[in-house]
Design a protein. Structure first.
Length: 181
């Protein structure tokens, strides 16, 4: 019996959505990319996941169009990092909803295990996945931060999809900032 079913052709929208976003490893990979952590080794270290599991999930997210690859230089070697696509960025309310639901209904093992969804324009945590409960603004990756006490004392801005599509022959980016572990 296969470990995973293909629900992509189901008539139920929830089933089709879960086919892409219902896998825990896939959602955790998306979390890392939203945090700006899009390099294979960095994702692997953060998630403590086996290479084959991570490779498979990244492949699924690429095939589903939620992630794209962008080349970067690692010394003299060109590697690929994973970045959000507009379709991947649209998954933000789903991840926000899971975070908010878990904070409300599940006990955290310790204080640093908490995570909050913050609307950066008003600076306050929200209890809604798509709209700030304080000022009513629509939440987007550009105006939302996640505050994970395990990662940082301060909320971390989320990565956004590149505004222009990139080609494999596009100029190769070098590492710019250190990603919190």
């Amino acid at each position: 019996m296969p470990l995973r079913s293909d629900w992509s052709a189901r008539t139920c929208s929830l089933a089709r959505g879960l086919d892409v976003l219902g896998d825990p490893w896939g959602s955790l990979v998306l979390r890392e990319v939203f945090f700006g952590n899009g390099r294979f080794d960095a994702i692997k270290k953060r998630l403590e996941v086996a290479d084959n599991v991570l490779s498979k999930r990244l492949g699924w997210l690429l095939d589903a169009g939620l992630l794209a690859q962008r080349p970067y230089l690692d010394g003299a070697r060109t590697r690929q990092e994973y970045v959000l696509t507009p379709k991947g960025q649209d998954a933000l309310p789903v991840l926000n909803a899971i975070i908010i639901w878990a904070e409300k209904h599940l006990d955290a093992p310790n204080e640093v295990s908490h995570m909050r969804v913050i609307h950066t324009q008003c600076g306050l945590p929200t209890s809604s996945a798509d709209t700030c409960t304080h000022c009513g603004a629509r939440l987007t990756a550009a105006n939302t931060s996640w505050h994970s006490l395990k990662r940082s004392e301060h909320p971390l801005p989320l990565a956004v999809a590149p505004t222009e599509p990139f080609e494999t022959d596009q100029a190769i980016a070098s590492p710019e900032t250190e990603i919190p572990a």
